[in-house]
Design a binder for this molecule. Structure first.
Ligand SMILES: [Ca+2]
Ligand SMILES: [Ca+2]
Ligand SMILES: [Ca+2]
Length: 191
């Protein structure tokens, strides 16, 4: 209930009361992003950008797309989701205000298997051969290491090429980083 007093331009006034109801405006989701592609058994960082005209908002995350929200409601607009299956994985998000307003959205995470990640690395090595950074013998040796012993042979061979000045750090480090991610993903999957 609010009090009113109106005055006209001749100075006459009247008072009264009126009831006004204010309808809550639900939060607006501007964007939902993920840091994929990832490999199975890695976690992806989901980030929500959202706003509400006046209310504080909280964030929830349904990491496996089954409409049950594992993470939140929480004040932070980002969360890590561990994803154990490959494919295009739907992550649902919800943003809530403190007056019952809820807005839903989602993001799709690209998740590849360790085997697919190895195949991509093989393509990357082939590109280094095609680009002339590695000769065919060097490249094929790396690919053999990739398939036979990614953990020791492959990473050591790449490091050897970097130390020997055959590959630059910028060329070699992504291969090592991807290999380490693949190894960690395989070990998590086996554990
Ligand atoms: Ca609101
Ligand atoms: Ca409120
Ligand atoms: Ca869920």
């Amino acid at each position: 209930m609010i009090g009113l007093r109106v005055t006209d331009d001749d100075g006459l006034t009247a008072t009264g009361t009126a009831t006004i109801s204010v309808t809550n405006v639900a939060p607006t989701i501007i964007a939902v992003t993920n840091n994929g592609p990832i490999i199975t058994n890695e976690s992806t960082l989901i980030t929500i950008s959202a706003s509400d005209p006046i209310d504080p908002i909280s964030y929830g995350f349904d990491c496996d797309g089954n409409n049950s929200y594992e993470v939140g409601p929480q004040a932070s607009n980002s969360a890590y989701c561990l994803i154990t299956t490959a494919g295009s994985i739907l992550v649902n998000v919800q943003v809530s205000d403190d007056d019952g307003g809820v807005t839903l959205d989602s993001t799709t995470v690209t998740v590849i298997t360790p085997q697919e990640a190895i195949a991509k690395l093989q393509t990357d090595i082939q590109a280094l051969i095609n680009g002339g950074q590695l000769n065919k013998g060097q490249g094929n040796a790396l690919i053999r290491n990739l398939n036979n012993g990614i953990k020791n042979g492959f990473i050591n061979a790449v490091k050897g090429f970097i130390n020997g000045g055959i590959l630059t750090t910028a060329e070699g480090h992504p291969l090592v980083n991807t290999a380490n991610r693949i190894i960690a993903a395989i070990e998590k999957g086996n554990g």
